[in-house]
Write a protein that binds this ligand. Structure first.
Ligand SMILES: Nc1nc2c(ncn2[C@@H]2O[C@H](COP(=O)(O)OP(=O)(O)OP(=O)(O)O)[C@@H](O)[C@H]2O)c(=O)[nH]1
Ligand SMILES: [Mg+2]
Length: 460
């Protein structure tokens, strides 16, 4: 059932595969007259007489002009991605052929689809809720195992079922309280307040868990910025190179080798770490280019999600680290202390560093303990298991609505303790249902939907 219109009266078309030459190009047509339009251009068979979910080989023509030999996949409504009649045209992947087929379809009554319009139609036809539709776009954008798994779980209704469970319980209490209001003069209580309190507490725990999962969701979706900071010559560039297994950054024993920041991506256990090698920090250098580099190092230090403070075990003192740690803590910067060049350090002199918890000693040059450092990096950003089966919130829109929901639930909880009247409770419960509806798309408007779907690919 459509939320806004009684179905669409037009058919849309788009190239579903990337633009350019490929072995095969897929052009997708969806809408009320998809079968009729394509049937008029495919003379090999009468498509109107074919069963749904079947494939057909034949010539695609515009009048007498044969454009290509194609394979058509037929999906009749409602059993298609959009819920409408859909035909997928598999053609040869020449850009010329793809364009000719698209032009012919436009000439014969199709309209070019807007980004995400196929998925938007699927949503409006009730094939997906909004969380599932948004997960389609996340799945296409996914670039790690973790982001792929999370999007796939949401497409299959993971988040949706979490929310509908919350919703059902609230709807029940809302109905009971409404009933009480109908019998207001008789002072009856259909909604048992202690039961309601239990449900509210349960909902709060679930909502707060979802809100808390956003931190991990962000890590999964956007990766983690790690700035490698330290004095000159401590081995920052060597560490970046060893992590990447290539000579990406220039390494030398001249202090001040790195001037500009260098960013590279490293996948550790399915999380993308954006490693930033920076210019070594030292007090006034009288070298303006190096000074600019140092300035940039400070900027990166403040904007990164995590700072790896790399120091030379043979050159640094406990006092230096004390200062560094207190500065980081003052500024609220998340950090890891990493001592380098353990391969040439005198073990006896290292004992003083014991006092720093989580300090890791490595040799960037000799590749010693780097696996340990990788594990520590993951541990800093992931609490628990990233491959968890439970829902992880990755979408800012969902996060905002869940935060609002959590606030209203807290208000209800206080209201119950203070024996708030039924009509005020009922209002608060309706607010909760509203925020849940915002997430799943039961409460929305066309403008908002257009905004959501405009970030999709054309053809999806
Ligand atoms: N023995 C030993 N030498 C290392 C190690 N890591 C780096 N070095 C050496 O230390 C010197 C400086 O290394 P870089 O990686 O250029 O140091 P950096 O911190 O990037 O220096 P700047 O860019 O000048 O700030 C080079 O000669 C490296 O070969 C290590 O683990 N052990
Ligand atoms: Mg360097």
């Amino acid at each position: 059932m459509s939320l806004f219109r009684e179905g669409y009266n037009d058919s849309i078309v788009a190239l579903a595969t990337p633009k350019g030459i490929g072995a095969i190009g897929v052009i997708r047509v969806s809408g009320i007259d998809a079968f009729e339009i394509v049937n008029g251009l495919f003379k090999s068979k009468n498509l109107l007489k074919q069963a749904s979910h079947t494939l057909h080989v034949g010539l695609f023509r515009n009048g007498q002009d044969v454009i290509d030999e194609v394979v058509l996949a037929l999906y009749k409504n409602p059993n298609s991605y959009t819920g409408e009649d859909v035909i997928e045209i598999n053609c040869h992947g020449s850009v010329y052929i793809q364009n000719r087929i698209l032009e012919t379809l436009l000439e014969h009554g199709c309209r070019l689809a807007k980004p995400g319009e196929f998925t938007q139609r699927a949503f409006l036809n009730g094939k997906l809720d909004l969380t599932q539709a948004e997960a389609v776009s996340e799945l296409i954008a996914s670039n790690t195992e973790a982001s792929k798994n999370n999007a796939l779980r949401n497409i299959r209704g993971g988040f949706k079922s979490d929310l509908s469970l919350l919703r059902e319980k609230l709807v029940y209490f809302s109905a009971m309280i409404e009933l009480e209001l109908d019998f207001a003069t008789e002072d009856v209580e259909f909604a048992d307040r202690s039961d309601l309190k239990k449900v509210v507490n349960e909902l709060m725990a679930k909502t707060n868990r979802l809100v808390a999962s956003f931190k991990l969701g962000n890590v999964i979706k956007n990766g983690v910025q790690v700035a490698i900071i330290g004095k000159p010559n401590t081995g920052k560039s060597t560490l970046l190179n060893s992590f990447l297994n290539e000579n990406r950054a220039i390494v030398s024993d001249i202090a001040g080798t790195t001037r500009d920041t260098i960013e590279e991506v490293l996948n550790i256990e399915g999380i993308l770490f954006r490693l930033i090698d920076t210019a070594g920090i030292r007090v006034s250098t009288e070298n303006s280019i190096e000074d600019i580099g140092i300035q940039k190092s400070y900027e990166k230090m403040r904007t990164a999600d995590l700072v790896v403070y790399l120091f030379d075990l043979n050159q640094s003192s406990v006092a230096e680290l004390d200062t560094v740690v207190s500065d980081f803590e003052k500024e609220g910067i998340k950090y890891l202390l990493v001592g380098n060049k353990v391969d040439i350090s005198d073990k006896a002199k290292l004992t003083g560093f014991d006092k720093f918890e989580n300090l890791i000693c490595i040799s960037a040059k000799e590749n010693f303990n780097l696996e340990d450092l990788k594990k520590q990096l993951v541990k800093q950003v992931v609490e628990g298991d990233i491959n968890t089966e439970s829902t992880i919130v990755t979408n800012v829109r969902h996060y905002d609505a869940l935060n609002q929901l959590s606030k209203v639930l807290a208000e209800i909880e206080t209201g119950l303790t203070e024996q708030l009247s039924g009509d005020l409770l009922s209002l608060d419960i309706k607010k909760c249902l509203y925020y849940l509806g915002l997430i799943t798309g039961e409460i929305t408007n066309e403008e908002q939907l257009d905004l959501i779907f405009s970030s999709f690919c054309i053809g999806k």
